[in-house]
Design a protein around this ligand. Structure first.
Ligand code: HNI
Length: 147
């Protein structure tokens, strides 16, 4: 069971409250597909992913980036039970989508970088530590139903 301090809880709430989902979601998924091109294989039906420009202007990627962030909302709202919150989503990524769970961490790293660039100076070491702790719990929960 993961313990959260009041400051950690407040930090996570603040990051998500102030986040522009329409900007951060697409940027985060696009970055993942550009930096780790093998992750493109799961989006074969998303149209043109030919190069970085095609990826960053692909409307299906943009929309799905926002969907992923809304997926993270569930963890923000259930910080004390992230594991069970993601049981179904983990099963979907494992059994139906066959997404290699290593990719969750790659996406999480891209999200950290995008958020850092948006927050600038206010993305302190402490904020980063809290955000990465949160994402580590999410990544672990999403990987739970793999067998
Ligand atoms: Ni992911 C669908 C959340 C990481 C590939 N994904 C979803 C959906 C949510 C979601 C929510 C929609 C489910 C539904 O339709 O019921 N994905 C998340 C979250 C993370 C994540 C919270 C990690 C932080 N997904 C990844 C990664 C990949 C990925 C790393 C591949 C590299 N996801 C997919 C694919 C789909 C998907 C593919 C189906 C897309 C579609 O619409 O066809």
């Amino acid at each position: 069971m993961v313990e959260w301090t009041d400051i950690e809880r407040a930090t996570i709430q603040e990051i998500f409250t102030n986040m522009n989902y329409e900007e951060v979601g697409p940027a985060c998924l696009a970055r993942c597909l550009i930096v780790y091109p093998w992750t493109q294989r799961y989006f074969g039906n998303f149209g043109n992913l030919y190069n970085a420009t095609a990826i960053t202007t692909n409307p299906m990627i943009a929309k799905h980036g926002i969907t992923i962030l809304h997926g993270l909302d569930r963890a923000v709202k259930n910080m004390d039970d992230i594991k069970n919150t993601y049981a179904e989503l983990s099963e979907l990524h494992s059994d139906k989508l066959h997404v290699d769970p290593d990719n969750f961490r790659l996406l999480s790293d891209c999200l950290t970088i995008v958020i850092a660039s948006k927050m600038g100076k206010s993305f302190t070491g402490e904020v980063q530590a809290t955000f990465q702790k949160f994402m580590a719990v999410v990544v672990s929960a999403l990987g739970r139903q793999y067998h």
